[in-house]
Write a protein that binds this ligand. Structure first.
Ligand SMILES: [Zn+2]
Length: 392
């Protein structure tokens, strides 16, 4: 990866480049930030730049032997650790790898390389679990993996100036592994750089935190994200782009998901509008019955997706009502409806509405579904919408 492949984050790029120019590269650094904002991509481009034999002012050359091996993720002095698990019973069609015991990252190296290439250096944890067929389990970085890392790094580098270890999602290390990593950071082998990548600072050992240089990676700047998305999806309008970037909060994975789910979102929206109108109208029992019948025929995932969407609409309505406009994340077509709907949502009925929606999701997860679930929910909703803000 090169710096030019990274979306936005110009301030950080400059800071990393300067650390090389000034010859003060810290041997252990933590790239911290929420979601797919470019943490791995930055660490990767940084490592490639450090080892490039023909450094340009603002990027690696992309041509030298080191750069080419980095690009193919085949450099003998570049190591990755990332969460994995066993998948021997998996029916996943994505991966051919089957691991039944003591999983270590290297077991899934081919999958990792393919995945990172596919997502252009912007991975997502759950999507990675799907790739390696462990989506029903949590991935982790085990003590066996930590032992392997320590072993690999004790040797001299093969050809690069620096050996580089990149640990993605370091919060997935268990305690034994974390302590092995801590020891490695405290007594690093010669010419070794350790780049840790994490979403959540709170889950890391404080002893590790105190020994690494912290690099906070903020959300991708909205304009930079929009122009990136436009290149990938030339049909998107300016309004759509602005909406998507705002909803995604500077997270490129989320933005792509919103784009691919947008037809589902539109369906959820239309269904929600229809539902709320029926719930509010007097004497619409027949309508509610027909609506419940239709909705009960959807698959479980679609029903859950709709109820989660409804939860979001209720939350955004409340924010609209109480003047937190800056926090409101909605699309333009939603805004038009919500400006009329929001007055019916207030602090008295919101907790109950959220509770009954969550309860319905819970029941669907336990296979309780059918017309009566949605009809019941509608009648409760109908009463709640008519409650005024004093609770009557
Ligand atoms: Zn190079």
């Amino acid at each position: 990866m090169q710096f030019k492949d990274i979306i936005g984050q110009d301030t950080l790029k400059k800071r990393l480049l300067n650390s090389v120019k000034d010859n003060r590269i810290s041997h252990a650094q933590l790239f911290l930030g929420k979601g797919s904002v470019g943490k791995l991509a930055l660490a990767f481009a940084y490592a490639q730049y450090i080892n490039c034999t023909d450094k340009q002012i603002d990027d690696s050359c992309g041509q030298c032997s080191s750069c080419r091996k980095y690009a193919g993720m085949s450099h003998p002095d570049l190591f990755f650790s990332y969460p994995v698990n066993t998948n021997h019973t998996s029916t996943s069609k994505v991966t051919k790898t089957r691991v039944s015991k003591d999983p270590v990252s290297g077991d899934f190296l081919i999958d990792w390389k393919n995945y990172i290439e596919e997502v252009k250096g912007y991975p997502d944890l759950f999507q990675w679990y799907q790739q390696i067929g462990i989506e029903n389990k949590q991935g982790f970085i085990s003590k066996e993996e930590a032992r392997k890392i320590v072993h690999q790094l004790q040797y001299k580098s093969v050809e690069a100036e620096y050996k580089v270890l990149i640990v993605w999602m370091v919060e997935k290390m268990n305690e034994v592994a974390s302590n092995a990593l801590l020891k490695l950071i405290e007594e690093p082998p010669d010419n070794t750089l350790i780049f840790l990548i994490a979403n959540e600072k709170e889950k890391l050992l404080s002893t590790i935190l105190s020994r690494v240089q912290l690099i906070v990676v903020p959300p991708i700047e909205s304009e930079k994200l929009q122009s990136y998305l436009l290149k990938q999806n030339p049909n998107l309008s300016e309004n759509d782009l602005r909406d998507i970037a705002s909803l995604a909060n500077g997270d490129v994975f989320k933005a792509s998901e919103i784009i691919s789910n947008s037809s589902e979102m539109r369906e959820n929206f239309d269904l929600f509008v229809e539902w709320m109108r029926l719930c509010y109208k007097k004497g619409s029992l027949e309508g509610i019955k027909t609506w419940s019948e239709k909705t009960s025929k959807f698959g479980r995932e679609k029903q859950k997706s709709f109820l989660n969407f409804s939860l979001r609409m209720v939350r955004e309505s409340l924010l609209l009502n109480y003047g937190n406009d800056k926090l409101v994340k909605i699309m333009i077509h939603e805004e038009q409806f919500l400006s009329k709907f929001a007055p019916f949502i207030h602090l008295k009925n919101v907790p109950i509405i959220q509770e009954i929606l969550n309860q319905a999701i819970y029941e669907i997860e336990r296979n309780v579904s059918g017309i009566s679930l949605f009809a019941d929910l509608s009648l409760k909703m109908s009463r709640l919408l008519k409650m005024d803000s004093s609770g009557r």
